[in-house]
Design a protein around this ligand. Structure first.
Ligand code: AMP
Length: 213
């Protein structure tokens, strides 16, 4: 299953929850890159300045990382991609990889949210520094300000959730990722979900899509 949508559409929140319910791995390329940056790997050193500018990491780096990840046995029953693919060459390569590995059908959920709400979500987003739980100071605040409800750890703001970088990321989405909507729609794989509703209502809609598909 692939989650498609602009930055701030709720892909991460939804992908995590659907992965938990369906017991399959949640593969967020953004999380993988942040992990590499945090560990100071060579890949992380390459990705860091690109991510901080709001641009996309080159396809060959992203594809190598994904190919290695989906080869692990936990992905055999299926997996959920969050933030990948993000360019047409990535989508075409993923098709090839999935065919080669004998994966079944790909279901693409497109989460649509209007522009004003995207900005509100991105500027208000806070993430638990330990478990990665996602909050929003406007719409989904933690019970205690600045602390995760689950483990009490500090909530942090992503470095690329500043106004200037957000503008770049939305531009990258419009130019490079939006064409994937037509790519998957023309293959009959796309399901549109209204992402403006509350998080649990959106999850229910997505689980319904999975069942019917
Ligand atoms: P995300 O957490 O999905 O918003 O991703 C954060 C940043 O990581 C993006 O702005 C890109 O710089 C990079 N990134 C994540 N996924 C991809 C991808 N599939 N292709 C290229 N760059 C990516």
């Amino acid at each position: 299953m692939i989650f498609l949508g602009a930055p701030g559409a709720g892909k991460g929140t939804q992908a995590k929850e659907v992965a938990r319910v369906r017991q399959v791995p949640h593969l967020s390329t953004g999380d993988m890159f942040r992990d590499h940056v945090g560990r100071g790997t060579e890949l992380g050193r390459k990705a860091k300045p690109i991510m901080e500018s709001g641009a996309l990491v080159p396809d060959e780096i992203t594809l190598g990382m994904v190919e290695e990840r989906i080869a692990r046995p936990d992905c055999a029953p299926g997996c959920i991609f969050d933030g990948f693919p993000r360019t047409l060459p990535q989508a075409e390569s993923l098709d090839r990889m999935l065919t080669q590995k004998g994966f079944g059908r790909t279901i693409v959920v497109h989460i649509a949210v209007d522009f004003g709400q995207l900005i509100r979500r991105l500027t208000g987003r806070r993430t638990c520094s330990v478990c990665g739980e996602i909050y929003n100071v406007h719409d989904r605040p933690p019970k205690v300000e600045g602390k995760c409800d689950k483990d009490g750890a500090a909530l942090t703001q992503r470095k690329d959730d500043t106004e200037e970088v957000i503008r770049q990321r939305l531009e990258a989405y419009d130019k490079q990722t939006r064409p994937l909507i037509d790519y998957y729609r023309s293959r009959g794989a796309l399901y549109d979900v209204n992402g403006s509703a509350g998080a649990s209502a959106v999850t229910q809609e997505i689980l319904g899509v999975l069942k019917s598909a």
